[in-house]
Design a protein around this ligand. Structure first.
Ligand SMILES: [Zn+2]
Length: 153
């Protein structure tokens, strides 16, 4: 997203719109795919030799669940976007594309979950335990928990 510096009014200007998903370079990310357009709503103001831009960003994406490895749809939102870009007198425009990308990537959760209740996969057979249980546990012998079940209090 390019802001034409000369067009910004003295009290600052508001910008709202969509940037193509391509700016995210999702193809370089293993855990993120199918991004939608990046929606931005920012306020830009010239402060001496800088352009100060603040606002919010939102993008619909698919993230890979850190427990079950399935992709799920979610929205990554940045509510506190803030950048001060150098914009001396001769500056025509300031391009915020890379700043948008950087900030959105920072807001992608490190361990995304498709649901708080996601059961993940069986560490032995890899079966998705959200889709049903596997038979591994039975072959595992009695666990510490089943020993507790046998306690007669
Ligand atoms: Zn999951």
């Amino acid at each position: 997203m390019k802001i034409l510096v000369a067009r910004i009014t003295e009290e600052g200007s508001n910008y709202e719109g969509n940037e193509p998903a391509a700016l995210l370079h999702a193809e370089e990310e293993q855990f993120l795919r199918n991004p939608g357009d990046v929606h931005y709503k920012v306020y830009a103001q010239r402060v001496s030799d800088e352009l100060v831009v603040r606002g919010e960003l939102n993008v619909d994406v698919e993230l890979q669940c850190s427990r079950c490895s399935e992709f799920f749809s979610t929205t990554v939102g940045v509510s506190d976007f803030l950048r001060a870009c150098p914009a001396p007198e001769s500056t025509d425009s300031v391009d915020l594309k890379d700043d948008f990308r950087g900030e959105i990537m920072l807001h992608v959760p490190t361990f995304p979950l498709c649901a708080e209740t996601c059961k993940g996969v069986c560490p032995q057979c890899g079966a998705d335990l959200n889709k049903g249980s596997c038979t591994c546990k039975k072959e595992d012998g009695p666990s510490a928990w089943s020993a507790l079940d046998g306690l007669n209090l």
